[in-house]
Design a protein around this ligand. Structure first.
Ligand code: FRU
Length: 496
């Protein structure tokens, strides 16, 4: 297999400079790029019994640039083995970037990557614009060769009015002998849609129809779609650009959207019954899923917000993290997310408190840490008691902290990193509504140095935020206005 100069240059660069970034500088189990910049997860899939993950990658700087595909694999979603850069923008049709896409294992044992090739062209009016087409590459799990007849889907396969400039992020899957792909597109109304394609070999594709459309209701361009069956329903995940806020369900900017409904195969259409956000925090985008061999639908997302990518800690050599992979299910028509069960194997040093009465602020002996898995259950101190709010402060050191606050009166949860120590004037607070559930609320918090992932009521909601507090700030405190009783179960997470 020949390796282009661009790919070789990127591989040499990461092999040479990657080792300068030691494990000490990285989160314990959240994936970061080998060096440089990372955005969307790509090609999250099983190949020869291992989970492969690729990512949007610009090794040379900690900012977005001509997109390569970085590559890792794992057996447990927690330990990531680094592999050399998989794709570089080294051909005529992808010379400005290998954008997001996905992967499958072919019956002949090869791994197929499908991605968006970006090529800047000068339009008749003199404007430079990105033309986007879908391309494939074939390989052995380390080295990939781009298909000689790329691109495999061009703008000629678009429905009337579909934009050739916003046509990206193919997500592939196989059903029997047939392959399908969903691709994001901007239709004539200027918003977003998800198109469905079909193929028998992943090389020749037929356009089938519009699986779902935005109609300017939920943002505009729909990026990074993923479509799958889950617990007897069908789920479409997508990440809209230019959202405007809708209540406390959707925040403005780059958002995430989960459509749940019935799949009408004859019309190639998802008849949606429920629409919700995927993550209610500050840093979550472009998630992608795979199906494990034991039947779990596992999702991983980019743990970052496009709006704040310019706000980086000083002197970083790598920027961008992936979330902890999460198992998905559906309960009461809604998406449920819980940390992959593999995380439980890393739990050590259990600390348990039951029925702690709280009115004011307290700390609990041995409840601290920045690489932890902690579940807190809170209820009113008695049946007639009411309390105004309850807070958990993490990553604290007297000066810094990040807070989760629950207000029973309006059933809202707030995550607030205003005091995490980050010197940028950015959005630091997010509020969202929890599902009512008797008098008790259950908060599971996973911390891994520079992030906090919150799972409410056994995964009914997830809220993710990056924090930049020095890891020495590891204090945790509990606070309430009014009397509450809480149970706390905390583990350190240990990795070898
Ligand atoms: C989403 C996205 C994708 C695109 C990629 C480029 O974050 O804009 O639509 O393929 O990033 O890096």
């Amino acid at each position: 297999m020949t390796i282009s100069d661009k790919l070789k240059k990127a591989r040499d660069f990461e092999a040479h400079y990657g080792p300068f970034i030691t494990d000490k500088n990285r989160p314990a189990f959240h994936l970061t790029p080998t060096i440089g910049w990372m955005n969307d997860p790509n090609g999250f899939s099983i190949y020869k019994g291992e989970y492969h993950l690729f990512y949007q990658y610009h090794p040379y700087e900690t900012k977005w640039g001509p997109m390569h595909w970085g590559h890792v694999k794992t057996r447990d979603f927690l330990h990531w083995e680094r592999l050399p850069v998989a794709l570089a923008p080294d051909t005529e049709y992808d010379r400005n970037g290998c954008f997001s896409g996905s992967a499958v294992e072919l019956p002949d044992g090869r791994q197929l990557l499908m991605y968006t090739g970006v090529k800047q062209v000068r339009e008749e009016n003199g404007e430079l614009r990105d033309r986007q087409t879908q391309c494939v590459a074939l390989g052995d799990g380390v080295n990939y060769e781009k298909y000689g007849k790329n691109p495999v889907i061009t703008s000629s396969g678009l429905p009337e009015g579909g934009s050739p400039f916003d046509f990206r992020d193919p997500k592939l899957w196989r059903e029997g002998d047939t392959y399908y792909a969903v691709v994001g597109n901007r239709p004539a109304d200027g918003s977003g849609s998800v198109l469905l394609y079909e193929s028998s070999d992943c090389m020749r594709w037929t356009y089938k129809g519009v699986l779902a459309a935005c109609h300017n209701q939920f943002g505009r361009m729909w990026e990074c779609p993923d479509f799958f069956e889950l617990d007897g329903r069908y789920v479409l995940l997508t990440s809209p650009e230019e959202m405007t806020a809708i209540g406390l369900e959707f925040h403005a900017g780059h958002g995430t959207l989960c459509l749940i409904g019935e799949y009408d195969r004859a019309r190639c259409h998802l008849d949606r019954e429920n629409v919700q956000a995927i993550d209610y925090g500050l840093d979550f985008y472009a998630p992608q899923t795979l199906l494990t061999s034991d039947g779990r639908r596992v999702m991983i997302g980019w743990m970052q917000n496009w709006e704040t990518v310019g706000c980086q800690p000083r002197n970083v050599r790598c920027f961008g993290q992936m979330t902890l992979p999460r198992e998905l299910s559906i309960r009461d028509g809604r998406l449920i997310q819980t940390p992959v069960r593999e995380l439980e194997a890393a739990r050590s040093y259990q600390i348990l408190y039951r029925n702690v009465l709280l009115n004011g602020m307290t700390t609990l002996q041995n409840v601290r840490g920045r690489v932890i898995d902690m579940t807190v259950k809170i209820r009113p101190a008695s049946q007639s008691a009411v309390y105004s709010w309850f807070k958990i402060n993490v990553a604290g050191d007297g000066e810094h902290m990040t807070t989760i606050r629950y207000k029973p009166e309006c059933n809202t949860i707030r995550i607030d990193r205003t005091r995490c120590g980050f010197p940028h004037d950015i959005v630091n607070v997010r509020d969202f509504v929890a599902r009512p559930r008797g008098g008790e609320i259950k908060l599971r918090i996973v911390l891994d140095k520079y992030s906090m992932e919150l799972f409410v009521n056994d995964g009914e909601q997830a809220a993710t935020t990056v924090i930049y507090t020095d890891v020495s700030a590891d204090a945790i405190s509990f606070e309430s206005l009014g009397s509450v009783v809480m149970d706390v179960e905390k583990y350190d997470l240990l990795f070898d």
